[in-house]
Structures are given as C-alpha cells and as structure tokens.
Write a protein that binds this ligand. Sequence first.
Ligand SMILES: [Zn+2]
Length: 102
Amino acid sequence: MCRADLEPAVNHLHESESMPPKPKSKSAAKKERRPKRKICTFCADRLEAIDYKDQGRLRKYISERGKILPRRISGNCASHQRALTVAVKRARVIAFLPFVVQ
Ligand SMILES: [Zn+2]
C-alpha cells in the first residue's frame, strides 16, 4: 500500500508575477438605449383566439429554421404568445408549418 507511487505530486504553479496594472478607460461608453416599444399585433387586431389554420399569419412568428420567435423579438403579449405557441404547434402537426427547416 503505497499511494505515493501511484499519484505523482502535483506541482502547483503559482503566479509569482502580478498582473500589470490595467489602464482604465477614460469613460465607459454610455449609450442611452431606449428600445422601441413593440406592440402585440394580436391585441392591435383585437383577436381573441389565434387560428392555427392561418398559415400566413403564423409564418411571421417563426424563424428561418422553423423555430418560434421569442416574445422579446415578436413583441407579443404574454397571453397571445402562449396562444401563438399552441397554434404553431398545432399547425406543425397538421403539416401547415415545418418542425425544422434543413
Ligand atoms: Zn396580445
């Protein structure tokens, strides 16, 4: 039983040299970001339910690869985004929309 032979002692390399002081940037580029408030198109059109057979409308909310656009990009409200997700998934099952685009 000699464990010292099995594992050689690990040499920890200590950083003897300290990092050179970084010159601080004079002024952090502060940009005022005022994102344009996106409005939910379904709310604007006063649509309660989203039709899963409405291919043209649903296509605007899927990416090139066939993925559903997130809310931060589509600008939909929470309830309509949820309804849209269900509608897109239904449309995929009946082959109106692709699951994935190669
Ligand atoms: Zn909405």
